[in-house]
Ligand binder design. Structure first.
Ligand code: HEM
Length: 515
């Protein structure tokens, strides 16, 4: 993770340098530079959101620090909860408090139901098959309905409880080995393997290890992030000067070949079992292939739509859940009083003679509060990216159609106007709510780790199932010690994501062997 974010910082510096050099050779139009045009489509003068003073060409790039969500949070303190930043040739609106988030997510939900397109999409074999960045239209609505009613529905998640339990037991087994040999373990690596394996098995009944899928998804994430940073170059980004676009196309090509093979295996299994489908558990690929074959489906899915969906959920769902788990263990090690309470709760509800299961989670109130607090303080997706369709008015300012909008989820959930001691890790703040008190309702836009509105995260229930049960099992079975002494170094990684800056390496010490 650290190497990845460092390489992005290096890349952005190269972009900056290149931008300076190239501006002596090229004359940009005002539009490509992202200068705001002070007129709405109807021709009247607009009141644009505030901006810090900008430098020619680079705009506000010089104001960026290493942890970007934090840096935007600091800028918002000076320039307000809706501000406009120009990073080279790319202009974005930044939303930094719950009131403005509510306007985007509720008042203007439909208008902001779009996502910006990034440079990486030019090199994407599945162009036109995106779900995450699909415009709000029939294809997106159809896929969203499939997610909610079938692919990521509570009953589909429930059907695969055994997969999560098996993968967690296999993780516990490897930790027991580390413990018996007195070795430290790289928990960041192990937790990412866990979330990848769970999602791959639920999606297409295969593990990522066997199929190299995990490596390809990681490569895609890294290259996609670098290409997106190239946005600051405007039209120059299209030249793919660093060759990242070609590499990305190659990565997707490899992914495509693997998933095509898995699809064919699923199709053969289906043909073989025709008429005897009885009690077979359908994975997500079985469900999508059924829709793909259905001549009367509301939307006719293409083969690429199916493959793109798997790439996208792996991109959206594995690192995010793993990052949440890493932060959770780091914070629990650094707060022994939280560990003590958590363990006392698990021991009293579950006991010490069997492993905690997902059906115990509704009774583990403190565990739920810990997870909520982890996602508040360390949102694995610190920005929700949206784009407006038409001109509108937000927080008293005129916002033009097609405005790229970043909701700074990180800043919103650390806003001192909305939270007491926002920078502190205090799970107790959520106990009232979990017990049915006056806490945070679904319409409270100060708590939005999964975004909100029509385009809110469809994988939230699955992510929460994995996070709850994994933390509970790791705390029930082990005591933990950081490799670097008493406390885990909780420095945040650089770049757009806020994972731990360094891998979480610690010593598990067996407390209960329940595998
Ligand atoms: C801790 C884990 C996760 C976090 C924090 C997270 C967070 C988010 C956020 C903030 C968004 C943008 C919402 C918005 O624009 O308002 C999002 C979208 C999305 N997430 Fe997640 N997510 C997680 C896990 C997952 C999982 C496990 C899956 C799938 C298996 C998933 C699939 C998606 C998809 C497909 C979208 C795009 C939805 C759309 O555009 O309609 N996520 N997620």
């Amino acid at each position: 993770m650290a190497a990845f974010t460092d390489s992005i910082s290096l890349y952005s510096m190269c972009c900056l340098l290149l931008l300076f050099i190239c501006t002596t050779l090229f004359t940009f139009t005002a539009k490509s530079l992202g200068f705001s045009i002070p007129f709405t489509n109807s021709g009247s003068k607009i009141r644009a959101p505030p901006s810090p003073p900008a430098l020619p060409i680079i705009g506000h790039l010089h104001l960026l620090g290493s942890v970007i969500p934090k840096c935007f949070q600091n800028l918002a303190r000076l320039h307000g909860p809706l501000m406009q930043l120009r990073l080279g040739a790319s202009t974005s609106l930044i939303v930094s408090n719950a009131q403005v988030a509510k306007e985007i997510y509720k008042t203007h939900d439909l208008n902001f139901c779009y996502r910006p397109q990034f440079g990486s999409s030019d090199y994407y074999q599945y162009k036109g098959s995106h779900f995450i960045t699909a415009p709000y239209g029939p294809f997106w609505r159809f896929m969203k309905k499939l997610c909610v009613t079938q692919l990521l529905s509570p009953s589909q998640i429930g059907r695969f409880t055994h997969i999560r339990q098996q993968e967690i037991k296999s993780l516990l087994g490897s930790l027991l080995l580390c413990s018996s040999e007195g070795r430290s373990c790289d928990l960041s690596f192990k937790l990412t393997a866990l979330t990848n394996n769970i999602l791959c098995r639920m999606a297409m009944s295969t593990t990522c290890d066997d199929e190299e899928i995990h490596g390809l998804v990681r490569e895609f994430l890294e290259l996609g992030a670098k290409l997106s940073m190239g946005e600051v170059l405007g039209p120059l980004g299209k030249l793919d000067l660093f060759g990242y676009g070609k590499k990305l196309a190659k990565t997707v090509g490899k992914f495509d070949r693997i998933v095509e093979t898995i699809m064919k295996e699923h199709e053969e299994k289906h043909d073989h079992m025709k008429g005897s489908e009885g009690g077979e558990r359908k994975d997500m690929m079985d469900i999508l292939l059924e829709v793909y074959r259905d001549p009367n489906a509301e939307v006719k899915l293409k083969r690429n739509d199916v493959k793109a969906f798997f790439l996208e959920i792996l991109l959206a769902g594995t690192d995010t859940s793993s990052v949440a788990l890493q932060w959770a263990i780091a914070e629990i090690i650094n707060h022994p009083e939280v560990l003590k309470k958590l363990r006392a709760e698990i021991d009293s509800i579950v006991g010490t003679s069997r492993l905690v299961t997902e059906s115990d989670v509704p009774d583990l109130m403190y565990l739920q509060a810990v997870v909520k607090e982890v996602l508040r303080l360390h949102p694995p997706a610190p920005f929700a990216l949206r784009q407006s369709a038409q001109d509108c008015n937000v927080n008293g300012y005129d916002v033009k159609g097609e405005s790229r909008t970043l909701l700074n989820v990180y800043a919103i959930m650390r806003d001192p106007q909305a939270w007491v001691n926002p920078e502190e890790f205090i799970p107790e703040r959520f106990l009232d709510e979990i017990n049915g008190g006056n806490g945070i309702g679904s319409q409270d836009f100060r708590y939005i780790p999964f975004g909100s509105g029509r385009r809110g995260c469809p994988g939230a229930s699955l992510a929460l199932s994995v996070i709850h049960i994994t933390i509970a099992a790791l705390i029930q079975c082990f005591d933990w010690k950081s490799k670097n002494g008493d406390k885990v170094d909780v420095e945040e990684g650089s770049g757009f994501s806020v994972g731990l800056a360094k891998p979480l390496v610690c010593y598990p010490m067996t407390r209960l062997n329940l595998v």
